[in-house]
Design a protein around this ligand. Structure first.
Ligand code: UDX
Ligand code: UDX
Length: 468
């Protein structure tokens, strides 16, 4: 059967669905794209006239939205209606770790996937191609197919095709990653629907970069890609602790080992631990699958990647307390960066959350500055209001929202750089040193500051993977 794809619907206007559809729409002006979401507030932001009010911050995204929105890209909450018109339907809803019941704390919660599949089953037209974009446990396509009634259990005799097309974009570089992917992975069972999706990508992706596999290889490859990337970070982070105690410099070690082509130089930056919506969730999911199949050695191997990540965050907060003379109760500490990485306003699993909670628990008064994360998001993540006045400074531990680095630094005993935002690389340390309380300390968890310069202004510096 030959597919003619002129209308595409994407369920889920999040960090993945939004940018992905925007780029494909930009590359395929002959196809009409409708991104739908059950969250009206999110959709309103996608439709906002003010491009700075888009629900996610992603470099390059506003420009693409400007070119495509209202032409061949539309955002709405008309979920069922748009599903009914589409030739191809992407599922890009969130799949968080299950909070309760069987597999709680490890397995992915597929309730949104199931809800989407049920809507598709009811409203989509026959022969629609359903594409899994969300990262999913292996064999989820089977669940989707069962709900869709493929091939013959559906009363209305509708026929659907299910493909897996995981997205490998990283936040902060999503547009670049989508425009120039290392590879596009498409898993499926039938030749023609696979070809229909390949054809879409061929509008801008080199054919050699398009890998087609069976459904399960595609689903598993996405989980494993994330597990390998996270494992690399836990490996370098574990060595950062060793460097601090032996006098080696983690950046020099990373440079030396990364020069070996077999190891490669990317993804070797030691830091406060990996965050983001995917790494932890996907490894937990992998652990759950391994246990399910009785592979306990494999699951404990991957569990260690998560253990080291948690340990790294804990070790940083413990060290801050220790370096500030064993107590931070009542002290002001400026936190620079709250998002899980630079160039995004996403805070999911951000190491800043754990580090800030630990410091608040120790009684610190935190002043948090992030160029893109909003006050209400930080409140939500920390589970604490910041409705205190400065006069209410106490030793109970609390936090304030800072509008600038200098505000966070004013009278602070210490600054902690948690996120790798570019602006932290070029701060005016002379000015900052004047407003901080003495002795002043900077804890640099991302190797962004020039230690020699800071020391010149009388600031003590501790760098992750180097120490002092
Ligand atoms: C990502 C990836 O897509 C996924 O692979 C990973 O498993 C979790 O994170 P992301 O786009 O970052 O998803 O998630 P999010 O920003 O939370 O967006 C999901 C959107 O789906 C939300 O806006 C939510 O409102 C919407 N949604 C959810 C629906 O429209 N319908 C539903 O039934 C459920
Ligand atoms: C990741 C994968 O890279 C992407 O392919 C997948 O689709 C989704 O998950 P993302 O989580 O958006 O992307 O960002 P990524 O750049 O991978 O960073 C993840 C975390 O690792 C961040 O907290 C980042 O700061 C940290 N990190 C990354 C390091 O600590 N050191 C590094 O060298 C690289």
């Amino acid at each position: 059967m030959k597919f003619n794809i002129s209308k595409i619907c994407c369920i889920g206007a999040g960090y993945v669905g939004g940018p992905t559809m925007a780029v494909i729409a930009n590359k395929c002006p002959h196809i009409n794209f409708n991104v739908v979401d059950i969250n009206q507030e999110r959709i309103d932001k996608w439709n906002s006239d003010e491009l700075s009010e888009l629900p996610i911050f992603e470099p390059g995204l506003p420009e693409i939205i400007k070119e495509t929105r209202g032409k061949n890209l539309h955002f709405s909450t008309n979920v069922d209606e748009e599903i009914s018109k589409a030739d191809m339907i992407f599922i890009s809803v969130n799949t968080p770790t299950k909070k309760k019941g069987k597999g709680a704390g490890q397995a992915s919660d597929l309730k949104w996937i199931e809800a989407s599949a049920r809507r598709i089953s009811k409203h989509a037209k026959s022969n629609a191609i359903i594409v899994e974009k969300s990262t999913l446990p292996v064999k989820t396509a089977q669940t989707i197919k069962e709900i869709l009634g493929v091939p013959d259990r559906n009363e209305s005799n509708k026929k659907f095709y299910v493909l897996s097309n995981p997205e490998f974009l990283a936040e902060g570089t999503a547009i670049k990653d989508l425009e120039n992917p290392d590879r596009v992975l498409i898993g499926g069972e039938d030749e023609s629907p696979i070809s229909a999706l390949v054809e879409i990508y061929l509008h801008w992706v080199n054919p050699e970069k398009i890998i087609t596999t069976n459904l399960w290889s595609s689903e598993l490859s996405k989980l494993i890609a994330n597990a390998f990337l996270a494992q690399r970070i836990s490996s370098i982070n574990s060595i950062s602790a060793l460097c601090e105690t032996t006098g080696a410099d983690i950046n020099e070690v990373a440079l030396a080992i990364g020069a070996d082509k077999r190891i490669g130089k990317y993804f070797l930056n030691a830091g406060p631990g990996f965050g983001g919506s995917c790494f932890k969730k996907d490894i937990l999911n992998l652990i759950y699958i391994c246990n399910h199949y009785g592979l306990s050695e494999v699951s404990s191997y991957w569990q260690k990647v998560i253990d080291i990540n948690n340990w790294q965050m804990e070790r940083i907060s413990n060290l801050i307390v220790e370096k500030l003379f064993g107590t931070i109760a009542g002290k002001k500490i400026g936190i620079l960066g709250f998002s899980f990485k630079e160039n995004t306003n996403d805070t999911r699993e951000s190491p800043a959350i754990k580090i800030c909670k630990d410091l608040i628990e120790e009684g610190a008064n935190l002043h948090i500055f992030d160029p893109k994360v909003e006050l209400k998001q930080i409140s939500k993540d920390l589970g604490l209001d910041n409705s205190f006045s400065e006069a209410a400074y106490s030793e109970d531990g609390q936090w304030y929202y800072s509008e600038s680095v200098i505000e966070a630094a004013n009278d602070a005993d210490a600054l902690v750089i948690v996120t790798n935002w570019d602006i932290f690389k070029n701060l005016d340390w002379q000015e900052i040193s004047k407003v901080m309380r003495k002795p002043s300390c900077v804890f640099d968890t991302r190797s962004v500051v020039n230690k020699v310069e800071l020391r010149k202004y009388g600031i003590k510096v501790w760098s992750l993977g180097i120490g002092v």
